[in-house]
Design a protein around this ligand. Structure first.
Ligand code: AAL
Length: 400
């Protein structure tokens, strides 16, 4: 009967569907991909956890293969006297060392005061002889070396000018630029003790025909403060010049809620200011702040772009980052025992290279809290392998 035929037909259709379904199930099971035994070099075409996904966002999925990952080793420098470590002599915030003929030069903040700093929270009690912080009542000094380990301090490069000129209270945190055969020092100029309104300070510049000086004052507040209400209003710190795209790029730090504002809400941002001449005028990048982490941040040419070491502050503290355009930085690695205020040896920082080699050594400072608050800083050498050439002489990363 028609009904019987219809019944048989329905059974057949049901069987076909169920067979099809089980076939499909088998196929799905067979095609379910698992993460391969050997670590892939590229992102596998399969659903990935957030962490496995991120692994392929780095220059290499393994840190050992990532040229922007390194460990750091530190060596004490010879030739610097610290008065027995009583806190009256401090050296910090070194520049990048440069090599001229067969001699290395480095500049740094030097404080040599009768007494040690009384601390930013006592800044109101600071006098012309009593410093508030480690970098108060400081000047920019320089030293030379033939081998990078044994140094001879040569004397000051930038002295504090007379009151009320910008920087009369302290000149510190220098960085060096070589441009068209001349040497330029950028530095912070304080007009009040740090801890009061001193930290709301601008950047000054001086230039010389020789790294030994004499230095001629070239201008104050070369990187203009942001206007009232803007992120970099009233503070431009840690100037870091580098030649890129035919221009002078100066990265700088500004701080939100710096002393004497609400220190509890302290945070940092870094901006980029560009110029055709070291003395200015400087134009700020419209995407500033270009970095939202880091304190004394260190920049160096790497391949076509700029890499940066972020030491402290912010969610991305203790990372190395890279931006091919020098503006849009992305985390390239996570590092530890990060050199503080690092000044790496980067001869290609001044050559407008399109093939930056990275870095293998430089200087950083250590803050020696000492006993009984004898706070002062020392400069040390670091060695690392944030470099494209693994065969270069220098420190080899070990134990990773
Ligand atoms: C540093 C730098 C700047 C600050 C102070 C001295 O390490 O960030 O230089 O102003 O601290």
């Amino acid at each position: 009967s028609i009904l019987k035929k219809l019944g048989l037909g329905l059974i057949l259709i049901a069987l076909t569907i169920s067979c099809g379904a089980s076939k499909e199930q088998n196929t799905t099971t067979q095609e379910h991909k698992v993460f391969p035994y050997k670590l892939p070099t590229e992102k596998p075409d399969m659903p990935l956890s957030a962490s496995a996904e991120r692994m392929f966002d780095y220059p290499a999925p393994r840190a050992q293969d990532n040229e922007l990952f390194s460990q750091f080793k530190y060596t004490k420098l010879k030739g610097f006297d610290y008065n027995g470590g009583d806190g009256t002599i401090s050296r910090r915030d070194p520049t990048r060392p440069i090599k001229v003929n067969d001699t290395y030069y480095v500049w740094y903040t030097k404080r040599h005061t009768k007494v040690r700093p009384i601390g930013w929270n006592n800044a109101a009690k600071a006098t012309d002889e009593i410093p508030s912080t480690d970098w108060d009542l400081a000047e920019v000094w320089y030293a030379t070396s033939k081998d990078g380990f044994n140094w001879k301090e040569q004397g000051f490069a930038i002295k504090r000018p007379e009151k009320p000129k910008s920087g009369w209270r302290s000149v510190c945190t220098p960085e060096i630029l070589i441009w068209k055969g001349k040497y330029y020092l950028y530095y912070q100029a304080f007009d009040e003790p740090s801890g009061l309104r001193g930290d709301l300070c601008p950047v000054s510049i001086s230039y010389a025909d020789s790294p030994s000086g004499p230095w001629t004052h070239g201008g104050d507040a070369v990187i203009p403060f942001g206007k009232e209400g803007e992120w970099d209003h009233k503070a431009t710190h840690d100037p870091f010049p580098i030649v890129h795209n035919g221009k002078i790029y100066v990265y700088y730090k500004s701080a939100y809620n710096k002393w004497p504002d609400n220190r509890k809400n302290y945070a940092v941002g870094h901006g980029l200011a560009m110029a055709d001449d070291p003395l200015g005028p400087y134009t700020k990048h419209p995407l500033n702040p270009v970095s939202t982490s880091g304190h004394e941040t260190t920049y160096f040419p790497y391949k076509k772009g700029i890499a940066a070491i972020y030491y402290k502050d912010g969610n991305e503290r203790e990372t190395v980052q890279y931006a091919e355009d020098g503006v849009n930085f992305k985390v390239a690695s996570k590092i530890s025992l990060v050199p503080i205020a690092a000044g790496p040896y980067t001869p290609d920082a001044f050559t407008d290279t399109k093939d930056g080699r990275g870095i293998t050594w430089g200087f950083s400072h250590f803050i020696n809290a000492g006993t009984n608050g004898k706070r002062y800083s020392i400069i040390a050498r670091f060695d690392c392998d944030l470099s494209l050439d693994y065969d270069e002489p220098g420190f080899k990363q070990t134990g990773v």
